[in-house]
Design a protein around this ligand. Structure first.
Ligand code: DP6
Length: 345
């Protein structure tokens, strides 16, 4: 386990071991897409139109414990000790039922999860959440699954989670059906100086959830086929850039692909955007810094916050400049992280 992978004290340990012989624990780190997944061919199976490619990061992760009960107790899902109900819990239970059907296993589950994503990072955590849940499920039932199978399982919960099974750089191969759509590791311990600064410009919940945003561009944007073509090319170029350890090419491809994705959103009917005024300010600052010789690049997901790719030597300068213009915007820094870790308890 990585040093950040701490086992949370989620349940009373003694009674837990006495009463629940079947339990699993897993930790997965969040990943940030460098070439984005933005559009599903099949919503139910979460099959994407294109491959995508990401960097799993070290400081943001989710730890989840799954206990299989057969003592008649009701199912339970807790996040940081608080019982969760409503749509978020429904999504989790639907997912669990699907996995149970798939593997022919049964039992009532008690799920406890803890997100270690600093609020100030403004990062969504569905990638680490569903990868950790898939891992804890597999560990609890002692399923004989390899990492590609785990990636397929995670994908069914949230597409981006398919990539969090691996550390470092990974690529989600779009595939054409449930069996072929899974992520593979590209380089789990990259020998490359790459840092990611998450700049939080806004705390309000995202205006359009990813699933809906994707659906809208797939169904209505006349430019969607162009996005598919450009993104497929970007994936191949990004993979080569990673092989060459070429930070400049990685940054350029990542920034352009993010701009393409956000431009595509404006072309949906009706158009939409995740940009807030301060988002543009950060994007401009990144370009200004680079033009002045401080190499850095921006990327954004389905929200208004900006992630800046930079090498260690330039990190302080980037932070200082953003702070100068936006002193109230928290900046969280991280580097490459490790893949899914699972333990059967
Ligand atoms: C912009 O994985 O959250 O972060 O499969 O609908 O749960 P669902 O989508 P999700 O979308 C991630 C979108 C993205 C790009 C990416 O991570 O590749």
């Amino acid at each position: 386990m990585s040093e950040t992978c701490v086992r949370p004290q989620l349940l009373d340990e003694q009674s837990f071991f006495d009463e629940h012989p079947r339990a699993g624990l897993a930790t997965a780190h969040t990943n940030i897409a460098l070439v984005k997944y933005w559009g599903k061919k099949d919503e139910k199976l979460r099959l994407p139109f294109t491959d995508s490619l990401s960097l799993t990061v070290n400081d943001f992760y989710t730890t989840t414990q799954v206990v299989v009960r057969d003592d008649g107790a009701p199912r339970r899902f807790r996040l940081s000790g608080q019982e969760v109900n409503g749509p978020a819990a429904e999504r989790v239970w639907k997912y669990i039922e699907r996995l149970q059907r798939r593997f022919g296993v049964s039992g009532t589950l008690d799920i406890s999860t803890a997100n270690h994503v600093p609020m100030s990072a403004g990062l969504a955590s569905s990638s680490s959440a569903f990868a950790a849940l898939a891992g804890a499920f597999a560990a609890a039932y002692e399923l004989n699954v390899d990492r590609e199978e785990l990636s397929r399982m995670a994908r069914l919960g949230s597409g981006s989670a398919s990539r969090s099974v691996y550390g470092g750089f990974s690529r989600w191969i779009a595939g054409h059906d449930d069996a072929t759509s899974r992520a593979v590791a590209l380089d789990e311990n990259p020998d490359l100086d790459i840092r990611l600064l998450a700049v939080q410009v806004d705390v309000s919940p995202k205006s359009v959830p990813s699933t809906q945003g994707m659906r809208r561009v797939v169904e209505t944007s006349p430019y969607f086929p162009v996005w598919v073509e450009q993104t497929s090319k970007a994936c191949d170029e990004m993979e080569k850039a990673i092989e060459r350890r070429d930070f400049t090419a990685i940054g350029e491809i990542a920034q352009q692909n993010a701009l393409d994705m956000h431009a595509l959103n404006l072309t949906a009917r009706p158009g939409f955007t995740y940009f807030q005024p301060q988002t543009l300010l950060v994007l401009q600052l990144v370009d200004e810094l680079r033009h002045n010789g401080v190499e850095c690049y921006s990327t954004m997901d389905a929200g208004s916050n900006v992630k800046v790719l930079v090498q260690s030597g330039n990190e302080a300068r980037v932070r200082a400049r953003i702070y100068e213009v936006l002193p109230q915007a928290p900046i969280t820094s991280t580097g490459a992280g490790s893949g899914l870790v699972m333990t059967t308890l």
